[in-house]
Design a protein. Structure first.
Length: 86
């Protein structure tokens, strides 16, 4: 799965992290769902019922696989290596 094939926010995060680590997404350990609630993260930035975008901006940050993941408004995903590596 490439970053551009991924549909949900969590799929895009997994795609970006696996690309940075140069591994297949299924090789990421632990799986992302053991670190963060995937449904909650996707729902937080999802469009409202009927497909209208949310009006408010939001930010979620967490550490995964040696990277600091920052998601802003569900659109921008920044991945930075945590000091000291993995």
């Amino acid at each position: 799965m490439s970053e551009f094939d991924a549909r949900t926010l969590t799929e895009r995060i997994v795609s970006k992290v696996s690309h940075r680590k140069d591994v297949d997404p299924v090789e990421l350990q632990p799986p992302l769902d053991e670190v963060v609630d995937l449904d909650a993260l996707d729902a937080l930035f999802a469009s409202r019922n009927g497909g209208t975008p949310r009006d408010a901006d939001g930010l979620v940050a967490f550490t995964y696989e040696g990277y600091r993941i920052r998601v802003e408004s569900g659109e921008r995903i920044d991945i930075d290596e945590v000091d000291g590596g993995e």
